[in-house]
Design a binder for this molecule. Sequence first.
Ligand SMILES: Cc1cc2nc3c(=O)[nH]c(=O)nc-3n(C[C@H](O)[C@H](O)[C@H](O)COP(=O)(O)O)c2cc1C
Ligand code: SF4
Ligand code: SF4
Length: 260
Amino acid sequence: MKRIIAYFTGTGNSLAIAKSLAEKLDAELISIAQIVKAGALLNADEIGIVVPVYMYRAPHIVLQMLDLIGKTTYLFAVATNGGGMGVVFEQINSHLNKNGKQLDLGVEIHMPDNYLPFGGAMAEEKQQKLFADADQAIERIIASVTFRESKIDCTTNWFSRKIIPGIFFWMGYLQVKSMDKSFKVNDLCTGCGICAKICPVDNITMNNTRPQWNHSCEQCFACIQWCPSESIEFGKLSKGKKRYHHRAVTLKDMMNQAGR
Ligand SMILES: Cc1cc2nc3c(=O)[nH]c(=O)nc-3n(C[C@H](O)[C@H](O)[C@H](O)COP(=O)(O)O)c2cc1C
Ligand code: SF4
Ligand code: SF4
C-alpha cells in the first residue's frame, strides 16, 4: 500500500510532525512546494497533508496542491497552528468537494506560534509542553489513519467560526502575495543568500548581494525567521522579537522543501 505525507512549512512545526508521521506510517514524505512546481497528479492509496494555519485558513499553495490530488481512497489533513485553527478544514474540504473528493480526517495540533508581528518565540518550557502534547496527538493520528476513521476537528466558538474568518479573509488572506512589501533588510545582512535558498516558492532573488522580494509570497515567514544574522524586519512589527524555528528541522530540510 502506498502512503504519501505532503507538507508545507515556514518554521518547521509542520515538517517536524510530517516527518514523524511519515516514519511511523511508513509513508513517503513530499514537499507541497515541489508537488506544485512539478504540476503532476499525485496518486496513492492514502494521502495526508501537514500544513500551517494562516489567517484561520490554509496557505494558498495548499489549495493549488489539492487540485493535484489524483486517485486515492483515504485523505487526511493535519493543521498546525498557534491556538486558532479557524475554518481551515471547512476550507480544505469545500475545495476538495469541487474536485469530487472529500477530507476523511482533519486534526489540528497546537504548536508554537510563528507569526512574528504578534510576538517572538515563546518560552522554552511552553514550547516543550506543546511538543509533548503534539507527540500524543501524533499517536492518535496514527491510530485514526490505521483504522481509517472519519472525523474532522472544528472550532466550536461561534465568533471564531462565523465572524473572525471573514475579517481575516478580507483584511489579510486576499493580500498575502504582496504582503512581502513589508520585508526590509538592514545593514547586518551578509549577502549569504540563505533566505533566497529556503523560500519555498522562489519569491526571493539576490540583487547585488541583497534579497529582493517579488510579490508571490506565501507569508510562511521562513526568510525572516531563519536569517542567520536576523537582518530582515517586517516593518516595525518584528523589531526586537526573538526569532523561532523548530529545533528538529534544519536549514538543509528547508532547502530540500524548496527543491535545492
Ligand atoms: C502568516 C501567518 C498567519 C498565521 N495565522 C494563524 C492563525 O490564523 N491561527 C493560528 O492559530 N496560528 C496562525 N499562525 C501560526 C502558525 O499557524 C503556526 O505557528 C504553525 O505551526 C507554523 O507552522 P510551520 O512552522 O510549519 O510554518 C500564522 C502564522 C503565519 C506565518
Ligand atoms: S539570509 Fe539574511 S543575511 Fe543572508 S542574504 Fe538573506 S537577509 Fe541577508
Ligand atoms: S518570501 Fe519569505 S515569507 Fe514569503 S514565501 Fe518566501 S520565505 Fe516565505
